[in-house]
Design a protein around this ligand. Sequence first.
Ligand SMILES: [Fe+2]
Ligand SMILES: [Fe+2]
Length: 184
Amino acid sequence: MKEKAKDSQFLTDIKILRERARKEIEKGAVTPGYRADRKTVINLLNEALATEVVCVLRYKRHFYMASGINAQSVAQEFLQHANEEQMHADQIAQRIVQLGGEPNLSPEGMLSRSHSEYVEGKNLVDMIKEDLVAERVAIDSYREMINYLGNDDSTTRRMLEGILAMEEEHADDLVSLLEEMGEK
Ligand SMILES: [Fe+2]
Ligand SMILES: [Fe+2]
């Protein structure tokens, strides 16, 4: 018995954990062991959410415009990115709710909450370049958020690391498109 207690001395007693869980049940996934500043994390995630929504809209616009000028392979890339940005938005919104916050999907102020811009672009090359700028902005802001979180909220951090990896892939795809078009 004593041996066992020694083994688990760094763990909080299971009975205390259960009591706490019961008492704070209304806080959902946020337990007293949550070390990050919940409000700040929710605010940051809402900015990331706005960024993703603006990216969905910009990629969709570019998809339809590229389809119109018969640039099918580029259009398909835009569409794929739009769908993946939508997945990111959903993941982020879900995490905000888990943290006891509310996802801000109000169109009002969406663009000012977003880190990336909504630029329509005059032609195909322009569109790709604008998307690349937006991806690079997203990459930097995700990196900053990940650093900020450190070990204080590893679930959010892991989610953001997954998203960051995909934004890097997006940027890479866009660079390849520009190269194919002799633009780089
Ligand atoms: Fe994204
Ligand atoms: Fe992206």
